[in-house]
Write a protein that binds this ligand. Structure first.
Ligand SMILES: [Fe+2]
Length: 163
């Protein structure tokens, strides 16, 4: 779907030619981060079973971290001269992670979030490379940090699946 970002882009000529494209890629990271934050919070609410207390707390820590990072990412999009997402529809259209899982078993929730974190980490790693190619050290650093955060979240989720 085509983004409606041209007017602002036209008013503010980017200093580096690659930056509009980079900001578009960053919008996808914002959408992924927002989507995985919601999914994690929904599982925090709906988790059931013997692991309830531990997973309820782990999911809370993880969606809290995601929620503060999405703010930083969206503000970086603005700093690059593009609009941050303006609707939940836009978030839904741009995220790459599958949503709408209902309220499955606690183990399935962990598996879903593990796969989602791995998928988002692949995206942040890719956009980190794009930022480096564009000579944008700030965006690159931010995305390296996001990749590390998603890999850490994936490790914690993976560890809870072990017998
Ligand atoms: Fe809560």
């Amino acid at each position: 779907m085509e983004l409606q970002r041209q007017p602002e882009q036209a008013r503010r000529a980017p200093q580096i030619p690659e930056r509009p494209a980079l900001a578009e890629s960053l919008v996808r990271v914002v959408a992924d981060t927002y989507a995985i934050a919601f999914q994690t919070q929904s599982f925090h609410w709906n988790v059931r079973g013997p692991q309830f207390a531990a997973l309820h707390r782990l999911f809370e820590e993880q969606y809290g971290e995601l929620t503060s990072s999405v703010d930083e990412l969206a503000e970086r999009v603005r700093a690059l001269g593009q609009l941050a997402p303006t609707s939940l529809r836009e978030i839904m259209n741009f995220t790459t992670i599958p949503l709408d899982h209902g309220a499955p078993s606690a183990r399935a929730m962990v598996e879903i979030l593990l796969q989602a974190n791995e998928l988002v980490a692949r995206g942040t790693r890719h956009v980190a490379d794009l930022a480096e190619q564009a000579g944008d050290a700030v965006t690159h650093d931010m995305l390296v940090a996001r990749t590390a955060a998603h890999e850490k979240a994936a490790w914690m989720l993976r560890a809870t699946l072990e017998e």
